[in-house]
Each structure stands twice: as structure tokens, then as C-alpha cells.
Design a protein around this ligand. Structure first.
Ligand code: NAD
Length: 350
């Protein structure tokens, strides 16, 4: 159903949405700023096709809200923002388009900081960097922080350790069985971390070469895309696409813990309740996968790898606290994570 823009802002409880059009380049861009109580809004830029302008706006609004929660829980001094450049239907000059986008960002004076997301890459961020300093994800030789996935993986490993401590009462991962769905950038680094600590790995990937690399280098057992869900294990780690936890997959799980890198793992919030009812501890996705965001936020502040590592290691404490509070409140972990964020934001307001 079509809504007016203000109806959309009301529905998503927003105060700020910026739109820009540049006739010379064909730029049509949206910047959604969800919350800046913790600091300037930080979040990636998508450059993909949308069915309608409204779909693009709704995508930006949804994603920016998620960034507020992820940043607040990771304790980084940023709010949530996200941008979308609507992909032109006709021929366009990519460099000119991203320069125009950079000017749009610069005009906001640092209120929003951009980064890579679906459809954008380091080359685009380099072009934006030529116009504004309010961008992260540039090349390491220009002060950038490089590939964030090793830090995302480190944080996920720490989150898994916290869950293992709570559920299995163990301080180490020796012999702990982890089933990893998707061994791409983050999944592969996660497997390396886990293997180094003695975990036993089972993996599945639609790309057989990626699964075979984990088998060859890390002794992982390969299973089919369906069988990864029903693999008997201690930890199921979704590291592929979103919505891995849904009505079809959850009944097959044979694990004590779900803890992985993918964004939006729960197809719907109620699937978090379902996991709790089955006695499975779920590490909320935006709490456990914040290592990459910590990395780009540090890039904006002046890159310091030791500090990124130290902050990312603390994901253990965050996940432990969430699991602890969830148990005490007999509430699902995803709701406890949201409550923690809301408490932190309310403190800033007070
Ligand atoms: P990636 O594309 O490098 O890896 C994803 C892997 O999953 C690929 O190897 C792909 O072949 C595989 N895959 C896709 N569908 C699959 C399926 N149905 N079954 C099994 N494997 C499948 O992406 P990535 O950067 O590793 O990110 C993985 C997830 O983590 C994404 O959801 C991403 O949004 C999230 N995430 C990534 C980062 C980061 O630092 N890269 C940070 C936070 C969250």
C-alpha cells in the first residue's frame, strides 16, 4: 500500500530523512538518519535496483534503525544511518554519480558517515572520499581499515565462547562441535579462529570451492545445504544470508546454541521466542556480529587495530550479559538485547 513520506516516517518512528537529486549525474539518493544521541549516524550505502521509491525509502529506514541498535550495543560513539542510491535505469557515469553522492553527504556536515554495503565497494568509497571526509571503508594505504570480516569473525568467536560458557559450563572450545552455514569472508575466518581453539567443524556452502577450502585447511566435514541445519552439534553458526532461522529450519536444529555472523537471522521476531521454547540459546545477530562495525568506526576516529581488537573481544561480555538477563527474565535474548539498547539510549537522553 502506498503511504506518504511523512506517514512512513511516523510508522517507522523517524525524525529525519534526506533526499537528493542531481540532474547532471542522474543521482537520486536517500539518507535515513535514525538516531544521533550516541554520535553521528554511521551506516553503509546501498546501490541496487528498487521496485519503487517507497521501497528504497523503507529499506533505508529499516536498515538505519538496525545500525542504531548495533552501534549502541557495541558501545561505539555513533548513531544509526543508512543510505540508498537508486540505480539509474539508463546508462550512467558511476564515478560522477558517487562524486555527487559525496557532495550530498558533505552538505550534511558530518551528521551522516557512509561506508560500503550491497552494491558498493572500496572503489566507490574512494571516489566519495575525494569529495568528503565523512566516509569509511577506504583503502588501507589511505588510512582505511581494510577488510572488516576478520574482526566480525573474532567477535562471533567471542560470542560463541560466552554461549559455550553459559550453556556447557566450559571455558574452552576444545572438541566443541560447530556447524557453520556459509564459509565466505566471515565464515572462513570464523572457522580458522575456532579450529585454532580445537573446535570440530562441519560446514556447508553453495560454493563447493569454499567448503572444500575449509575441509582441506581446517579439517572440516562438508555436508549439504539442507543437512547443515540438522547436524548434531553444540553450536549452529549462520554465516550466509538472512532469515536462516524460520519455520522450516528451526524444527530441524539439533544444537544447544545458535551464534553466527549473518544479519537478520530471525525470519520474524517470533522465531526468537521459538528458539527459547526449544531450549536453544540464541546470540542476537546485531550483538554478536558488531566487530566489522567497530572496525569501520575506529577508521573514522583514526585507525588503531589494537583498540579494535580490544573492543571486539568485549563482545563476550555483551553476549554473556544478554544470556544472563534473558534467563533471569525468562525472556528471549533478542528482546533483552533491544532492552539493553533502549536503556543505554535513555541514559544519554537523561
Ligand atoms: P560472503 O558473501 O563472503 O559469504 C557468504 C557465504 O555464504 C558465501 O560463501 C556464499 O556462497 C554462502 N552461501 C550463500 N547462501 C548459502 C546457503 N543457502 N547455504 C550455505 N551457504 C550459502 O559474505 P560475508 O561478508 O562473509 O557475510 C556473511 C554474513 O554476515 C552476511 O549475512 C553479512 O550481512 C553478515 N555480516 C558480515 C560482516 C562482514 O564483516 N563481512 C559484518 C556483519 C555482518
Amino acid at each position: 500500500m502506498a503511504h506518504s513520506t511523512f506517514e512512513l516516517l511516523e510508522h517507522h518512528d523517524y525524525g529525519e530523512l534526506h533526499l537528493a537529486r542531481d540532474a547532471a549525474t542522474g543521482l537520486r539518493a536517500i539518507i535515513a538518519i535514525h538516531d544521533t544521541r550516541m554520535g553521528p549516524a554511521l551506516g553503509g550505502c546501498r546501490f541496487i535496483h528498487y521496485e519503487s521509491e517507497q521501497a528504497a525509502i523503507v529499506d533505508a529506514l529499516r536498515l538505519a534503525r538496525g545500525m542504531t541498535y548495533k552501534a549502541a550495543l557495541a558501545g561505539i560513539p555513533h548513531g544509526g544511518g543508512k543510505s540508498v542510491i537508486i540505480k539509474p535505469q539508463t546508462q550512467f557515469d558511476r564515478a560522477a554519480l558517487f562524486r555527487a553522492f559525496g557532495r550530498f553527504i558533505d552538505n550534511l556536515g558530518g551528521h551522516y558517515i557512509t561506508a560500503e554495503d550491497s552494491g558498493t565497494g572500496i572503489e566507490d568509497m574512494e571516489i566519495v572520499r575525494g569529495v568528503t571526509k565523512h566516509v569509511t571503508g577506504v583503502k588501507p594505504e589511505r588510512g582505511g581499515s581494510g577488510d572488516p570480516s576478520p574482526f566480525t569473525a573474532l567477535g562471533v568467536r567471542r560470542g560463541i565462547e560466552a554461549c559455550v560458557k553459559r550453556e556447557l559450563g566450559r571455558d574452552d572450545l576444545e572438541g566443541v562441535r560447530v556447524a557453520v552455514q556459509g564459509v565466505g569472508h566471515v565464515g572462513y575466518h570464523l572457522c580458522r579462529e575456532l579450529h585454532a581453539l580445537g573446535a570440530a567443524l562441519t560446514v556447508a556452502d553453495i560454493d563447493p570451492l569454499k567448503a572444500e577450502r575449509a575441509e582441506r585447511e581446517l579439517g572440516a566435514t562438508i555436508v549439504s545445504l539442507d543437512d547443515i541445519f540438522s547436524t548434531e552439534c553444540d553450536v549452529f553458526a549462520p554465516c550466509a544470508l538472512g532469515s536462516a532461522l524460520n519455520d522450516d529450519t528451526i524444527p530441524h536444529l539439533q544444537c544447544r546454541i545458535v551464534a553466527g555472523a549473518a544479519n537478520n537471522q530471525l525470519a520474524e521476531p517470533r522465531h526468537g521466542d521459538d528458539l527459547m521454547q526449544r531450549g536453544i540459546l540464541y546470540a542476537p545477530d546485531y550483538a554478536i556480529n558488531a566487530g566489522g562495525l567497530i572496525n569501520v568506526a575506529q577508521e573514522y576516529a583514526g585507525y588503531d587495530e589494537a583498540s579494535v581488537r580490544e573492543r571486539t573481544m568485549k563482545i563476550y561480555d555483551t553476549i554473556y550479559e544478554i544470556a544472563d538477563r534473558a534467563q533471569q527474565a525468562m525472556a528471549p535474548t533478542y528482546r533483552i538485547a533491544d532492552t539493553l539498547v533502549e536503556e543505554r539510549l535513555a541514559k544519554v537522553e537523561a
